[in-house]
Design a binder for this molecule. Structure first.
Ligand SMILES: [Zn+2]
Length: 97
């Protein structure tokens, strides 16, 4: 029995199901476009929409909850770093190096 295949609606080539990204809620649970076409589409989109994607990232980072998350993470890192610093100092005191 041959492996299950599917024709890509983009390039029109018949490919194995593994050549398609899984997509729940769709016929056959696979994308209509093969991985190759999806990658090409994404790459072109990224190349053509650099500003848009960058703006979206900036908007995301400007959100209060994201800023807060960043602040908490930084404070946490500082606290841990301080601990590490103290340990280093103690080691220096004890070990004499
Ligand atoms: Zn394709």
């Amino acid at each position: 029995m041959p492996a299950k295949t599917k024709v890509c609606t983009k390039c029109g080539k018949r490919k194995k199901l593994e050549e398609y990204h899984a997509h729940n809620g769709r016929k056959a649970g696979r994308r209509a476009h093969c991985k190759e076409c999806m990658c090409a589409t994404m790459a072109r989109y990224r190349a053509e929409n650099k500003e848009k994607i960058a703006a979206r990232g900036a908007r995301y980072r400007a959100r209060p909850e994201v800023r807060e998350q960043k602040r908490v993470r930084r404070a946490d890192w500082r606290a841990r770093n301080r601990e590490w610093h103290n340990v280093q100092q103690q080691l220096r005191r004890i070990g004499g190096f």
